[in-house]
Design a protein around this ligand. Structure first.
Ligand SMILES: [Zn+2]
Length: 483
């Protein structure tokens, strides 16, 4: 059976202040004592009025542009009323009738950057978050620090037909907001929350059946499990000829199941109406011009560029997974402008720098800006690598040492005699003979059948020749001498 999926994604904007007041917009609530970051506006004291933060608007517009949305010159805010303790005002300020960003689309890659897909965005509207309810020993406690923090809710068209598409789209979305400094979108911290609408049908020609919304999803793994579980559940109901209704279900990941939160009949009547305390939002010419001048990073286009350079998926992953690594890469690229073949240069940079650094970063450094050397030293290293006088294993040794000590590549190369003149094969053979003379017992062992000692001989020869011998040639020489 065919699967049809649509998404509603809440993204917490990374602005300095909350949406309608001067309180700080804390990104990590665990770092804050409950109810210490509040004011009359975000706790809805009588007479307090909202004022839209300019920065929140700017981030929301930037996101609209990054999602290829139509930015509407006039948009409005609406009240979504419901009664729940985490909602101090008794309503949420959102955009239902005339959202600011509408009709967008996002392109992204599938199957390790081989295929592409486009998903359409219905709208990306602003709304403010609720307070947090904490259940503790039979008590319900309220923390208003989160109340009034800014969100953008992105509503997609039901364009997805597999879980892989959903996950890859969400990864692209994470890159979009992170690379443009719009949000951190860490799912585990609740900075990106996903609701999934799922329905199944027999063939493309059939009408879409009743859709079911699954809420409470907070990791990529959980999204996969929730979709698979809901698909099986709906297919089973279909095969048993059981009707099912439009409903909202919650995901209990620990039990591997979902439960009904509310049916369509119980769907809340939100009594939407235009927010009387906020005038219609008019995006003036100056704001629009400023937005158009702003450089927006579209990760999908960068990946395309990398594909044109012929990068494999490991290289692309190493670069695209972290904005700082990516920036670093482009800075180095700009340092090496004099090299005329960009594609070759890029390959060189990734092979020599980005990849080893990304790998090393995972072990030792938090961010690429903590590396123990500056970009000039890296450019020097690249120039040495490009000159072709050093062997592969020597380059690796130099890079490792740079990462460890922060030393200048030239200094390391001199210290290890890597720039000593090349040896001819006669010289190497002499050295090899010396190695054998110095280690008679091991030679005996080798001749007695313990061929694993070959590695030892090669290692000794490497030391004697400052790593300037090709291990394969070294082995051939030893095999000849030991015959
Ligand atoms: Zn406040």
């Amino acid at each position: 059976m065919l699967l049809t999926i649509g998404l509603e994604i809440h993204i917490k904007l990374k602005s300095i202040n909350k949406m309608f007041c001067q309180c700080k917009n804390q990104q990590n609530f665990d770092a804050l004592l409950p109810n210490t970051n509040i004011c009359p506006v975000c706790t809805a004291q009588p007479g307090a009025l909202p004022t839209l933060s300019e920065e929140v608007l700017e981030k929301a517009l930037l996101l609209g542009k990054a999602l290829n949305c139509k930015i509407n010159e006039i948009s409005t805010f609406d009240r979504k009323s419901y009664f729940y303790p985490d909602l101090p005002m008794g309503y949420q300020i959102t955009q239902l009738y005339h959202p600011t960003n509408t009709q967008g689309q996002v392109s992204f890659f599938l199957d390790n950057y081989t295929n592409e897909k486009i998903v359409h965005i219905q709208d990306a509207h602003m709304e403010c978050d609720t307070a947090k309810m904490i259940h503790d020993g039979g008590q319900a406690l309220l923390d208003f620090n989160r109340a009034g923090t800014p969100l953008v809710e992105i509503v997609t068209k039901p364009d997805f037909s597999t879980t892989e598409e959903v996950v890859e789209f969400l990864k692209e979305l994470q890159r979009i907001v992170r690379f443009n400094d719009i949000a951190d979108a860490d799912m585990e911290k609740g900075q990106m929350r996903v609701d999934v609408n799922i329905s199944v049908r027999k063939s493309e020609k059939d009408q879409l059946w009743t859709r079911v919304e699954v809420k409470n999803i907070n990791s990529f793994g959980m999204i996969k499990r929730a979709i698979e579980h809901e698909q099986t559940r709906q297919e089973k109901l279909y095969e048993e000829w059981k009707a099912f209704t439009q409903e909202t279900r919650g995901r209990d990941d620990a039990k591997g199941e979902s439960y009904q939160m509310r049916s369509k009949e119980e769907a809340l009547d939100y009594r939407y109406f235009p927010e009387p305390d906020l005038p219609p939002l008019k995006i003036d010419k100056r704001t629009m011009e400023r937005l158009n001048d702003q450089k927006i990073v579209i990760p999908h286009n960068i990946i395309k560029q990398f594909k044109d350079y012929g990068f494999n998926k490991e290289y692309i992953n190493a670069l695209i997974s972290d904005k700082e690594v990516l920036d670093y890469f482009f800075t180095i690229l700009s340092h090496c402008e004099k090299w005329n073949d960009e594609a070759i240069l890029c390959k060189l940079i990734v092979k020599r720098i980005a990849w080893p650094i990304a790998a090393r970063m995972k072990e030792n450094f938090k961010t690429i800006n903590q590396l123990p050397f500056d970009q000039t030293k890296l450019t020097e290293f690249l120039t040495r690598a490009q000159a072709g006088n050093l062997m592969e294993n020597q380059l690796k040794i130099v890079m490792d040492e740079m990462l460890r000590t922060g030393k200048n590549p030239d200094e390391i190369i001199k210290g290890k005699w890597f720039d000593a003149p090349a040896m001819d094969s006669k010289e190497i053979e002499l050295m090899a003979k010396k190695v054998l003379e110095e280690n008679p017992t091991i030679v005996e062992q080798y001749k007695g059948g313990k061929t694993t000692t070959m590695g030892f001989f090669i290692g000794q020869l490497m030391k004697k020749t400052w790593g300037k011998t090709n291990p394969k040639i070294a082995q051939e020489i030893f095999e000849k001498l030991l015959r």
